[in-house]
Ligand binder design. Structure first.
Ligand SMILES: Cc1cc2nc3c(=O)[nH]c(=O)nc-3n(C[C@H](O)[C@H](O)[C@H](O)COP(=O)(O)OP(=O)(O)OC[C@H]3O[C@@H](n4cnc5c(N)ncnc54)[C@H](O)[C@@H]3O)c2cc1C
Length: 413
């Protein structure tokens, strides 16, 4: 058998799962190279807890090397060029040829409003942002908190709503009840439009019960730092004391330059196999754009949400496909569009939304009643995800034991 090189770009959710799963599936003579610019991996779902003091910065990060199978060669370098014609990847330091390529570079965030903390502008979509927002929330003197979704699409459709609820709860606990207002502004018609009206209404009701104002169909145009004012396309404006912005997202520059993006600005892939228009070149996770059945506005087709849960299961699919091609076996593996989300609502409670996002005529997503069990499920996943790869099984078993005794639910190990 010829030696094959699989290059994975990006050591986030999709890249880590692909590297580890491929390491189990393909014979050792084949090389797996993972290229990632950061030595430490942070778990994005935990930024919400970091923001409201429920985690320390150390608790939400791990060295990437500890999370990835030893046989995977990790290059801690920045990808500068992707050339699918010559099958070469260039970083500042190396040039690597590939037989199979997996692009898992995620989404790039617009940094325009980063480092504007002196004007009360924050975000919790980055590790650094969540850390600084935590400082701000602890020292906040009260006033109007505005959470604003800058533009669509953004990763994790539930995150801004979870963030708003956690911030409202945190400030309530700081005994600010009458000195704080929390409002969320979004260009969307409802929370999580992809998940349908039932789920959107449930989230809206929970927010209202927490005293959070919900303002749909508001498109942000300007942030006036000196006056601490935000302006919307409709002409209306709002004064803020603390502005929490969900930054605009786009495909990383290196991906745009590669010529792989379509008119959506993201990589178009086959929705079942995640293969791009180039043979043996795959893209997974946030960097892709996958149209799914249904429309959330007459001119707006639904897109598969950008979420870790999809990056994770797509990574399994493509690993199976790549392994079967290397081993000259037939593969029937496809990504089926199933996904779920534990939606944090504060007070250690979460909802659980799950469903078939490829369902026709529109995604079929259901919400389970709020419960502590979903919150603890998310905590469990966090601990498992950030545990060194060799200890993951033990961590999972101990946590399940603790979880089952705390929740008084019998769990078979
Ligand atoms: C606050 C928050 C909460 C969230 N909560 C959830 C949740 O509860 N459930 C859920 O399913 N999803 C959640 N998500 C979304 C989830 O984190 C992302 O959808 C997921 O990480 C996408 O995986 P990915 O592999 O596509 O990209 P990423 O995980 O973002 O990985 C991309 C990697 O590529 C690297 N990279 C980028 N450019 C280069 C380059 N040029 N060279 C080298 N390396 C590069 C980056 O450093 C990064 O490590 C949340 C996100 C946020 C921000």
């Amino acid at each position: 058998m010829n030696r094959t090189t699989i290059v994975i770009l990006g050591g986030g959710v999709g890249g880590i799962v692909t590297a580890n799963h491929l390491a189990k599936l393909i014979p050792r003579e084949n090389e797996i190279v993972l290229i990632e610019k950061n030595k430490d991996h942070s778990f994005a779902a935990s930024y919400l807890w970091l923001m409201v003091n429920k985690r320390t910065p150390r608790q939400v990060t791990s060295p990437l090397r500890e999370l990835v199978d030893k046989r995977v060669n990790i290059l801690f370098e920045e990808v500068k060029q992707v050339d699918v014609e010559s099958k070469t990847i260039s970083t500042g330091k190396s040039k690597i040829n590939f037989n199979f390529l997996v692009i898992a570079l995620g989404a790039e965030l617009d940094k325009t409003h980063f480092d504007k903390q002196q004007y009360g502008v924050h975000n919790f979509f980055t590790y650094e942002g969540a850390r600084k927002l935590n400082d701000e929330l602890q020292n906040f003197g009260g006033g109007n908190v505005s959470i604003v979704i800058s533009s669509l699409p953004y990763k994790c459709p539930g995150a801004p709503y979870e963030g708003a609820m956690l911030i409202a709860d945190f400030l309530k606990c700081q005994k600010f009840q009458n000195k704080v207002t929390v409002n969320l502004y979004t260009p969307e018609p409802q929370p999580l439009p992809v998940a349908g009206p039932e789920l959107g209404n449930s989230v809206k009701e929970i927010m209202i019960s927490k005293g959070i104002g919900f303002h749909p169909q508001n498109r942000l145009t300007t942030v006036n730092y000196s006056e601490r004012k935000i302006e919307f396309e409709s002409g209306s404006s709002v004064k803020y004391d603390l502005l929490v912005l969900i930054p605009s997202h786009k495909a990383p520059e290196v991906v745009i330059k590669s010529g792989l993006v379509d008119e959506s600005g993201w990589i178009h892939v086959n929705k079942d196999t995640l293969e791009t228009k180039h043979n043996n070149v795959f893209a997974i996770g946030d960097v892709t754009s996958i149209t799914i059945p249904g429309r959330w506005q007459p001119d707006k087709p639904m897109k598969l949400p950008k979420a870790g849960v999809f990056a994770h299961s797509q990574a399994f699919t493509i690993s199976e496909i790549i392994a079967s091609r290397i081993l000259n076996k037939e593969s029937k593996e496809i990504f089926c569009g199933d996904g779920f989300c534990m939606l944090e609502v504060g007070e250690d409670l979460a909802g659980f939304a799950y469903g078939d996002f490829y369902g026709s005529p529109h995604p079929d997503v259901k919400l389970k009643r709020l419960g502590k069990i979903w919150h603890w499920g998310k905590v469990l996943f966090e601990k498992w995800w950030l545990a060194p790869i060799g200890f993951r099984k033990n961590v999972l078993q101990s946590l399940l034991k603790v979880g089952s005794s705390v929740l008084k639910i019998p769990v078979k190990l």
